[in-house]
Design a binder for this molecule. Structure first.
Ligand code: TYM
Length: 337
């Protein structure tokens, strides 16, 4: 008898580092899209805490940030019933596969990574081996879950491409082991820029607090930061080359409200930057309010958070263990039953 196979759901995987509170850039470039994908795809999302120690961390603060980042994933609307949510360090297969993959990654490939170049310039006193092999751990994060897509912001495209190269190399040497994933980068919000230096990416590690909106910023802080955002002297809300500050604010407004850039230009015809900045600030504050409320509630119940981490780690370890076992077997290791 012929059986009709139901096509398997496509898979998505992504992670966020547990260094500081995520920003509006993280949210618009990645986190929000993770939530949108969770009905259509089989999703796995993680707090990448092993990645965080490539720069020095204070242990107590790291622990707090891992808990907070995990709570934030729940607060934005990721549902552990639908998506696999876990903390990277609680699933040892990530570090294990990372070693296997590092033996299939070239020094030259890692030397070309722009994030490594940027971070080693910024932390010149601590250019450790982990900072250099960071993208291999990221490749392991991805490949363990055999995803079709990796929803990220534009800055992670290069790492995703390296992941594809490593996976293809491994598959060619040892027969098909890994799915070759595609980066999944949305048009709006893929690169949210600094409010103070709008040619630079918005980053939570920026020393200037006014440069980024943290997902924990209260409405007054959000309004103040947008009011101080760098624009230009033209005083006209329009999207054009050379107007980086205004372009960035228009993109943020568009991503949050769903309005097109043309509609935004029309809305602010004849109005100054003051009105525009107020509108952007209000829209962002409104978007973040329910997330912040849920976050506060979730942080009150540590036992619940820990239980969710535990079940997430167990499920993740099962999936990851299967891929790791397959890769080890292909490489020729002796697998005990
Ligand atoms: P991280 O923690 O820096 O950022 C998490 C996600 O947010 C996106 N993002 C942005 N998007 C738009 N505008 C911005 N200003 C902005 N800043 C950050 C990032 O592109 C990312 O999608 N290496 C990764 C973490 C990671 C990972 C992985 C990602 C570890 N393992 C496996 C995907 C798959 C990182 O540092 O992201």
């Amino acid at each position: 008898m012929e059986t009709i196979e139901t096509p398997r759901k496509k898979r998505a995987l992504s992670c966020i580092q547990s260094t500081g509170t995520p920003t509006l850039g993280n949210y618009l470039g990645a986190l929000r899209n993770w939530v949108m994908l969770q009905d259509e795809f089989e999703c796995a999302y993680a707090v990448a805490d092993l990645h965080a120690i490539t720069v020095r961390q204070e242990p107590a603060k790291l622990r707090q940030q891992i808990n907070e980042t995990f709570a934030l994933l729940l607060a934005i609307g990721l549902d552990p019933e639908k998506s696999l949510l876990f903390v990277q360090s609680q699933v040892p297969e990530h570090a294990q596969l990372s070693w296997l993959l590092s033996c299939h990654t070239q020094f030259g490939e890692l030397s070309r990574m722009t994030q490594f170049k940027d971070k080693s310039a910024k932390h010149a006193d601590n250019i450790n081996a982990g900072l250099f092999t960071y993208p291999v751990l990221m490749a392991a994060d991805i490949l363990l879950y055999q995803p079709d897509v990796v929803p990220v912001g534009a800055d992670q495209k290069q790492h995703c491409e390296l992941t594809r190269d490593i996976a293809t190399r491994f598959n060619n040497l040892y027969a098909n082991t890994f799915t070759i994933p595609e980066p999944y980068i949305m048009k709006t919000g893929a690169r949210v820029c600094s409010l103070q230096e709008p040619t630079k990416k918005m980053s939570k590690s920026d020393e200037n607090q006014n440069a980024f909106i943290s997902l924990k910023d209260d409405p007054d802080t959000i309004m103040r930061k947008f009011r101080r955002a760098v624009t230009d002297s033209e005083a006209k809300v329009r999207y054009a080359e050379g107007k980086d500050g205004v372009n960035n604010l228009m993109e943020i407004y568009s991503a949050v409200t769903g309005k097109t850039l043309e509609a935004i230009e029309d809305e602010f015809t004849g109005k100054g930057y003051g009105d525009f900045k107020t509108a952007v600030g209000e829209a962002v504050a409104l978007e973040l309010k329910p997330i912040q409320e849920r976050f506060t509630e979730l942080m009150k119940d540590k036992a619940q958070l820990e239980a969710l981490m535990k079940s997430g780690a167990e499920k993740a370890s099962y999936v990851a263990g299967r891929t790791l076992g397959k890769a080890m077997k292909k490489l020729g290791f002796v697998i005990l039953r």
